[in-house]
Write a protein that binds this ligand. Structure first.
Ligand SMILES: O=C(O)CCC(=O)C1=CC=C[C@@H](O)[C@@H]1C(=O)O
Ligand SMILES: [Mg+2]
Length: 382
């Protein structure tokens, strides 16, 4: 597959509702949309899930743009890729970290590859599910009452699992009141590293509420303390931020740091690595699910595709476009029917990026072509 052009677009979409976690409140989503084009004009699409600030991990929109422009795009334009696996297994292997930057361009090549094979991306990845169960992630609200109201609404829409953001002081009372109002719903908590081992008693108190899991209670880059904490809790720990690679997953499972893993394509460096982590967890009887990063419909489409692999047995965060965006950038938008998403069976990601919407929300873009070095590129500020 010879890629002749790569187009980076800096996008800005306003969130319909602010999204608050233990570390930040997001009012909009700035991200890089990646389009790779082959010589016959076919395009593959993906997005970087890096945030504008280094609050989730050490990557940002700007570090990703730098890595794409100065390393990853030149490599892609100057090599004839036979299979997307080659990117993280071979061509990008010398680059340390920068997982979200690698994933953004690797995902676009996977979409292009699947289109060339005339296959849905889900099938190209080895997925077989025709529909996937999804849950919803609910940020920290101004009151418990508002949280209960939000759960009520999502429950009426059929969502299969409810993830609540927690932090010290917004945890035990919240979970107790939610569990009392909704005794039987599949409920989980995501702490985004808001606690330390000094909080064991506080976290152990959550054992009384039949949570499916507590996601990422401790430091974003820790595996060892999570093993100590898991030994103290009945509730399964799910790791998100701590798992950057297949090796991290292997070590976490060996140490007993978690009993569930949240796979995010961007966090682990792309679809090839996400598949490898899925397979490792499947071999070891560890369930996985697909986490979200407030993606646009392009990233949501990739999440749907990876979730069709068999060991994605728990509902993920890939909720409907309409919960996030007044205007998504794909057609059709991602819709959820009674907690299920039907997996598209058209080639590639299965949703058509809308150039009209993309242009509306692009703040600037840059096109990189084979015959020019990365420095000789066309820039256009829109
Ligand atoms: O996309 C979604 O709805 C999931 C949002 C979500 O929970 C998160 C998005 C981005 C970073 C984190 O704050 C958090 C997570 O940890 O999963
Ligand atoms: Mg998380």
């Amino acid at each position: 597959m010879k890629i002749s052009q790569v187009i980076l677009r800096h996008m800005k979409l306003d969130l319909l509702h602010p999204f608050t976690t233990s570390f930040a409140t997001e009012y909009d989503r700035e991200f890089i949309l990646v389009e790779v084009r082959s010589e016959d004009g076919t395009s593959g699409w993906a997005e970087s899930v890096a945030m504008p600030d280094p609050v989730y991990n050490e990557e940002t929109v700007k570090t990703n743009w730098h890595m794409l422009e100065d390393y990853l795009i030149p490599i892609l334009l100057h090599n004839d890729i036979q299979h997307p696996d080659e990117l993280t297994e071979q061509y990008f292997a010398f680059i340390k970290g920068n997982y979200m930057a690698k994933a953004a361009i690797e995902g676009a090549v996977w979409d292009l590859y699947a289109k060339k094979q005339n296959q849905p991306l889900s099938s190209a990845l080895g997925g077989t599910k025709k529909q996937i169960e999804v849950g919803v992630s609910i940020g920290i609200k101004d009151s418990v009452a508002e949280t209960l109201k939000t759960i009520e609404s999502r429950l009426s829409e059929g969502y299969k699992r409810f993830k609540l953001k927690i932090k010290p002081g917004w945890d035990i009372e919240l979970i107790e009141k939610v569990r009392s109002a909704f005794p039987d719903i599949p409920l989980m908590a995501d702490a985004n590293s808001a606690y330390t081992l000094n909080d064991v008693d506080r976290l152990r108190a959550l054992d009384d509420y039949q949570l499916m899991m507590i996601e990422q209670p401790l430091a974003y880059n820790d595996i060892i303390d999570h093993a100590d904490l898991q030994a103290e809790l009945k509730t399964p720990i799910c790791l998100d931020e701590s798992i950057h690679s297949l090796d991290d997953a292997r070590k976490a499972l060996k140490l007993g740091s978690c009993k569930i893993i949240n796979i995010k394509i961007g966090r682990v460096g792309g679809l090839t690595q996400a598949k490898k982590i899925h397979d490792l967890c499947q071999d070891q009887g560890i369930p996985v699910w697909c986490g979200g990063m407030l993606e646009s419909g392009v990233g949501r489409a990739h999440n749907i595709a990876i979730t069709t692999l068999p060991n994605f047995v728990l509902p993920g965060d890939t909720a409907a476009s309409s919960l996030y965006w007044a205007d998504d950038i794909i057609e059709p938008e991602v819709t959820v029917e009674n907690g299920w998403i039907s997996v598209p069976d058209s080639p590639g990601i299965g949703y058509q990026p809308s150039l009209e919407k993309i242009n509306k929300y692009t703040t600037y873009s840059r096109t990189y072509r084979t015959e020019r070095t990365a420095a000789q590129t066309e820039s256009c500020l829109i």
